[in-house]
Design a protein around this ligand. Structure first.
Ligand SMILES: Cc1cc2nc3c(=O)[nH]c(=O)nc-3n(C[C@H](O)[C@H](O)[C@H](O)COP(=O)(O)OP(=O)(O)OC[C@H]3O[C@@H](n4cnc5c(N)ncnc54)[C@H](O)[C@@H]3O)c2cc1C
Length: 414
């Protein structure tokens, strides 16, 4: 892999940035692989990368029906944090944040991680009590988290309307939380995986699975059949569709989740602000745009655009908290199809079909999980047993009832 060193970038700049080599190789599908990963989002690409990097398995293909990073990985609002409530989630997401902290160096690709802090607001005494409990649980899990008073919040976010219809009673902050550049995460993993020999095949839709006596032996695609010893499904909102093709069901509801950006403005917001009750969150991108998100549309859908009522709701909530933003024009709006489980915890690990694995159910918050998701799925595929960090995230928890309810942590979708 060609390094993006200072001298390379400087040399290319002198030559007008012409003839940069392609960052990753666009491969033609081979007839057989050791592992086929379905979906070139962050999770699929990271899984392929760690299979090659940590386990030396390079005869791997990532098959993508559209273009790389064109699913939720390229559509999210980039929030990266680890302040989850339950110990299993906290350990997993903390590992992911740690990996994010070293990711630019690991991939030799600037993922623009900005640990500007993520502030969660409370708008009543009761919510403040719940939030204190939440903060304590997070700290017991060994993760940084501080309760802030309204005065401290006012200092941190001067534009925030503390006397909104539901006044701000306080909040808590994870200072190591923040945002990173989602395209760069997809491109960085793609480039590094490709350099290790992984085949990335775009415009290749998996239409079914070859299954022999309960074991997966390959996939069928719009570009022919491909044999594989092991297959991993990483298709976010389409997990239910692919599971049905393999003959099993997953408790996942697929819904559109919207996001939007305003026109750019000078720096005015240097932390991520989130209100679970007024139901909006906002950050300012490096280009100056406000990146705004809220809840998922209230009905199942595969339409990747989102409804107008929710768009209006998100914006009304934003203006309630930041009246000054009412003067801004909205520049773009889009949506992705998110895969929501009943306990909002992902489904990771083996499936009822032997050698077929799933990494899904990421719902509204799987971007922050990409590095640890890839690392643990690669381990799970190689050892045919769940990595200890995801041992409780298996599909079997819906039979045993051992759910991990992270509804509060993922309450406002980010
Ligand atoms: C608007 C929005 C905001 C969000 N904000 C945040 C946030 O701030 N922080 C956070 O942590 N998370 C956030 N998320 C969630 C996060 O984006 C996802 O959980 C995460 O990107 C999932 O990654 P993935 O690789 O599993 O899926 P994707 O990136 O969706 O990749 C799956 C890929 O599979 C492909 N595919 C599907 N079917 C097939 C098939 N049959 N054959 C081949 N390929 C197929 C798709 O084309 C797609 O490219 C947000 C999501 C949305 C939509």
């Amino acid at each position: 892999m060609r390094g993006y060193s200072f001298s390379t970038v400087f040399g290319r700049a002198l030559r007008g940035h012409r003839r940069w080599p392609a960052a990753w190789r666009s491969a033609e599908p081979a007839r057989a692989y050791d592992v086929v990963v379905v979906g070139a989002g962050g999770h699929g690409l990271a899984t392929a990368y760690y299979l090659a990097k940590h386990h030396g398995i390079t005869n791997v293909a990532v098959l993508e029906k559209g273009w790389l990073g064109g699913g939720n990985t390229g559509r999210n609002t980039q929030v990266t944090r680890s302040n989850y409530f339950w110990p299993q989630s906290a350990a997993f997401f903390e590992r992911s944040l740690e990996l994010y902290e070293g990711l630019s160096r690991e991939l030799n690709f600037n993922v623009m991680l900005s640990q500007r802090g993520i502030l969660t607001l409370a708008h009543s005494h009761h919510e403040m009590e719940a939030l204190r409990r939440w903060t304590n649980a997070i700290r017991i899990n060994g993760i940084d988290s501080d309760v802030l008073t309204p005065a401290e919040i006012g200092k941190l976010v001067p534009l925030l309307n503390l006397d909104a219809r539901f006044p701000v009673h306080g909040g808590f902050i994870q200072r190591r939380g923040g945002i990173s550049r989602h395209d760069a995460v997809a491109w960085g993993y793609a480039r590094a995986a490709s350099a290790l020999g992984v085949h990335i095949v775009e415009q290749c839709e998996v239409t079914g699975f070859d299954i022999d006596q309960g074991k997966v032996t390959g996939v069928t695609t719009n570009r022919g059949s491909i044999a594989a010893d092991r297959v991993c499904i990483c298709v976010a909102g389409h997990t239910g569709v692919l599971a049905a093709k393999a003959g099993f069901r997953v408790p996942i509801t697929s819904m559109a989740l919207q996001a939007m950006v305003s026109e750019p403005l000078k720096p005015c917001l240097d932390t991520v602000v989130l209100s679970p009750v007024i139901h909006v969150y906002v950050s300012q991108s490096d280009r100056g745009e406000l990146v705004i998100g809220g809840g998922a549309d209230g009905y199942g859908s595969y339409a990747q655009r989102g409804g107008v009522p929710l768009l209006e709701e998100n914006l009304a909530a934003l203006i309630e908290l930041f009246p000054a933003f009412s003067r801004l024009r909205l520049m773009r709006q889009w949506a992705g199809i998110v895969d929501i489980t009943p306990d909002t915890t992902p489904i990771m690990g083996p499936t009822p079909v032997r050698d077929l694995y799933v990494s899904g159910g990421w719902g509204t918050g799987g971007y922050k999980a990409i590095p640890a998701g890839g690392e643990t799925m690669a381990h799970t595929i190689v050892h045919d047993a769940p990595h200890p960090l995801i041992a409780d995230f298996g599909l079997d928890r819906f039979e045993t009832g051992a759910l991990i309810d992270e509804g509060a942590a993922s309450g406002v979708s980010h």
